[in-house]
Design a protein around this ligand. Sequence first.
Ligand code: NI
Length: 230
Amino acid sequence: MLLHIPEVLGKNEVADFRKKLEAATWTDGKETVGAQGALVKRNLQLPEGSVLREELGQRVLRALAASPLYFAAALPLRTLPPRFNRYEGGGNYGFHVDGAVMALPPVAGQASSHVRSDIACTLFLSEPDDYEGGELVVSDTYGEHEVKLPAGDLIVYPASSLHTVQPVTRGTRLASFFWVQSMVRDDVRRRLLFDMDTSIQTLTATRADAGAVLTLTSTYHNLLRLWAET
Ligand code: NI
């Protein structure tokens, strides 16, 4: 499921992110991919140990925690610390698939842990008119989908899909990206739960029959109980 989540960050917050990112020191994006990705990845990233990356990443996570729509779509269990990238001067990222399992940063005194990348997210930080190209193209069983969203908006898509970022031929494209292990690993099941959840919200808001809403709500939770891994 591809889902567009509008206004995860407000315009003032996005402007503050951009100001800080424009003054930052960047490194080659090849540093965080395997051999296959390195062949096709041409962009810049904030360095892994960057203080700014940590600060802005925390702000992204706080914004996500305040979004019921994001929670309903992702049912997040573990999230990799968000990274930040920059494409300009023809920079692009050819078709690739993301790694299936990624290490979480080590925490002192704890065993190392990993995140299975069920879901990939891109949070757009540049306005679409400020750059040419730079579409995220996600390929799934229904074909190819081009995504280029207003600054502050998020796209959620299955990390299992092949995807690419088209060359940025004018201006600069700034974005944050991260991966999520969902409580429900299967995209089809996640989609069913999401549709049921949003329908229950609508039925509640439109004062539908309370008994029927209660039965549906109970069914939602019982399906989640069947399918969730925590
Ligand atoms: Ni990718």
